[in-house]
Ligand binder design. Structure first.
Ligand code: HEC
Length: 136
C-alpha cells in the first residue's frame, strides 16, 4: 500500500512540531529573577501561624490559577494564554525565597504584580506557604 504522505513531508511536520514545543517551553521557563534578589533573606519566620496566614492568602488570590497543590492546574488556568508555573517543581529545583518573593511582587503577564495588592509581609507569608506545597 502506498502512503499518501511522503517521508519528507512527515519530517518537515515533525521539525515544525519540535520547534513549536521548544519555543513554548522556553517561553514558560525563561523568567529569571535578577541576581541581586536571589539571596534576599525571608524576614518572616516559617511557623504554623505564618504558614496558615499564607495559606489563606493563597486560597483567596492564587489557587484559581495555580491550583490547590500548586501544580498550575487551577480552575482558571485553562483560560490563560500561558499555563501557570508548577510552583512545586520550581521550588524543588532550587528557586529561593528571594526569587519567589520577587516574582510574586513583580508579576508577569498573565499574572499581575501583587505588590499593589498585598503587603511585603503577606508576600513573604505566601512564600512560606507555597514552599510547604513542595514539601519544604
Ligand atoms: C491569573 C492567573 C494567576 C494568578 C491569580 C496567580 N498567578 Fe502566579 N503565575 C501565573 C502564570 C501564568 C505564571 C507564569 C508566568 C510566566 O512564566 O511568565 C505565574 C508565575 C508565578 C510564579 C513564578 C514561578 C516561577 O518560578 O517561575 C510564582 C512564584 C507565582 N506565580 C506565585 C503566585 C502567587 C503567590 C499568587 C497569588 C498571590 C499567584 N501567583 C497568582 C498565573 C497566576
Amino acid at each position: 500500500m502506498k502512503s499518501r504522505y511522503s517521508a519528507a513531508s512527515w519530517s518537515r511536520a515533525l521539525i515544525l512540531l519540535a520547534a513549536f514545543s521548544m519555543s513554548r517551553t522556553l517561553l514558560a521557563q525563561d523568567w529569571k529573577a535578577p541576581p541581586s534578589v536571589v539571596n534576599r533573606p525571608n524576614p518572616v519566620p516559617a511557623n504554623a501561624n505564618t504558614i496558615a496566614l499564607g495559606q489563606k492568602l493563597y486560597v483567596g488570590n492564587c489557587m484559581m490559577c495555580h491550583g490547590q497543590a500548586g501544580k498550575g492546574d487551577g480552575p482558571g488556568a485553562a483560560a490563560l494564554e500561558k499555563r501557570p508555573a508548577d510552583l512545586t517543581a520550581r521550588i524543588r529545583s532550587g528557586e529561593t525565597d528571594g526569587e519567589l518573593f520577587w516574582k510574586i511582587s513583580e508579576g508577569r503577564s498573565p499574572m499581575i504584580s501583587w505588590k499593589g495588592t498585598l503587603s511585603e509581609t503577606q508576600r513573604w507569608e505566601l512564600v512560606n506557604y507555597i514552599k510547604t506545597l513542595a514539601g519544604k
